[in-house]
Design a protein around this ligand. Structure first.
Ligand code: EPZ
Length: 429
């Protein structure tokens, strides 16, 4: 179990370079299984969820060569099969994308039912509805989803719910289906557009990614491709919200500002200075934060993945703020932990009312999931005294070198390895 020790009170100052997007990489890696020639991917984040996905596609028979920390080459040697290893698939929900890519490659897929997690129920009914519409038979037994289709045939699919995962999965399967598939009421996240661009680079024919309707004309063969994964807007937003909380001035570099418009707008509303340049965003806060109402929505709305961090920021703003989580049923796992640090938050269903302004105090807290963990990191940066954050491995699922990045900006932060003392390097003691 990894632990991170933080001492709050320092303002963040300096520059941070953002890595490639976790949620684009996790959608693109299963798509590599369709390639008949070499694929090179740049800007792949070196995080545990990606490493798990790499082990899964390697286990399925792909040869992988690492050409640097964030550049990988894939040689689609003879793929061994359509049933990825249970122990690895269970570790990450994004392994559900293997259903779409293995169906497209083999016409068959056997994947464990993806586990739930601390965001509330995470059904996959829209995924299965889409696969069935394409002609696949679906049987769930003994915790496994067995999909089989003699041939995938294009269909007109209208999603009942805007789902990133279902949109990714059906783009993957439809890419190899015979004829045209029309997907409606789809997710419009930048990661969906990045996947479509990668698939098209391999020879797919996908139009409309990023809009409400995606049209896919299936092809029989996919070549190779070279592709650079887009920057991680959620990592970028994490650092923007962190410096807004601590005060100071940070340049968040290597980003696509358009992907962060909802975050920029909300920060400006809360009294934070945000200067947008072509590939970087400068965030500065010297004065008091202004309380606000934060509502999450599918892209281009405020991202649900930054809701926990937004809550920390609102807890630091003197006055009453309201958070409405419109995407997931149960994404308030971080509230109990923030209350241990003195935050005053009342939750009713999907709404949390924050009585902000009271200074937070450092405490022993635990990361319940990836983004809750990131929120507790930011809380520890502004709390008085020491915060010991346990279960920090959740954080390493989605952030590369986050302690080093925060320390380079002036944070007092240290990862504890088993047996380490809890004092921080340079800590006044
Ligand atoms: C993706 O999860 C992301 N994960 C999540 O990021 C992100 O929070 C989420 O999209 C929303 O943006 C990856 O990309 C790997 P959804 P996903 O399907 O695809 C309901 C992170 O921290 N739904 O868009 O699982 C569902 O219950 C992670 O990086 C159905 O009802 O999310 C939820 O309420 C956390 N039926 C809503 O849709 C379905 O078949 C949105 O879920 C599918 C989803």
């Amino acid at each position: 179990m990894h632990k991170i020790i933080l001492h709050g009170g320092n303002k963040l100052r300096g520059r941070v370079k953002i890595n490639g997007a976790k949620n684009a990489a996790l959608a693109i890696l299963p798509a590599v299984l369709l390639a008949s020639e070499k694929v090179t991917l740049h800007n792949v984040p070196d995080i545990t969820d990606v490493r798990t996905m790499l082990r899964i596609i390697e286990d399925l028979g792909t040869t992988i060569r690492r050409r640097g920390r964030n550049t990988l080459e894939f040689y689609p040697s003879s793929l061994r099969g359509y049933a990825p290893p249970y122990n690895l698939v269970q570790k990450i929900r994004a392994s559900s994308y293997l259903m779409g890519s293995l169906l497209a490659r083999f016409g068959k897929a056997t994947v464990p039912v993806p586990g739930g997690c601390d965001l509330g129920p995470r059904p996959i009914d829209q995924h299965l509805k889409g696969f069935t519409a394409l002609g696949a038979d679906c049987l769930i037994e003994h915790g496994l989803i067995n999909l089989a289709s003699g041939k995938l045939t294009g269909a007109h699919i209208y999603f009942d719910v805007v789902s990133v995962g279902a949109t990714v999965n059906l783009m993957l399967a439809a890419a190899a289906a015979e004829g045209r598939t029309v997907l409606e009421n789809v997710a419009k996240e930048p990661e969906i557009v990045d996947l479509a661009n990668f698939l098209n680079a391999m020879g797919a024919v996908i139009k409309g990614a990023g809009t409400d309707v995606i049209k896919v004309d299936g092809v029989k063969e996919f070549g190779g491709a070279e592709h650079a994964i887009i920057p991680d807007r959620i990592e970028a937003g994490t650092f923007m919200l962190a410096v807004a909380a601590t005060g100071g001035e940070v340049i968040v570099g290597g980003v696509i500002p358009k992907h962060l418009e909802a975050v920029t707008a909300k920060l400006r509303e809360m009294g934070v200075e945000v200067e947008v340049e072509p590939e970087q965003i400068r965030v500065r806060r010297e004065g008091p934060l202004v309380p606000s109402a934060l509502k999450t929505f599918p892209y281009p709305g405020f991202p649900t993945d930054l809701q926990p961090l937004g809550m920390v920021l609102l807890a630091a703003a003197e006055g009453t703020s309201v958070v409405t989580e419109n995407v997931f049923d149960g994404r308030f796992g971080h509230v109990d932990e923030l209350e241990k640090m003195g935050a005053r938050i009342k939750v009713e269903g999907r709404i949390a009312v924050i009585d902000g302004g009271a200074p937070l105090s450092g405490a022993p807290v635990s990361a319940t999931d990836l983004r809750a963990g990131a929120a507790l990191l930011v809380a520890g940066l502004i709390a008085q005294g020491e915060t010991a954050l346990s279960d920090a491995e959740h954080i390493y699922r989605g952030y590369e070198n986050i302690e080093e990045k925060l320390a380079s900006l002036g944070a007092q932060i240290k990862r504890l390895r088993a047996g380490d003392s809890s004092s921080l390097a340079g800590d006044p003691g």
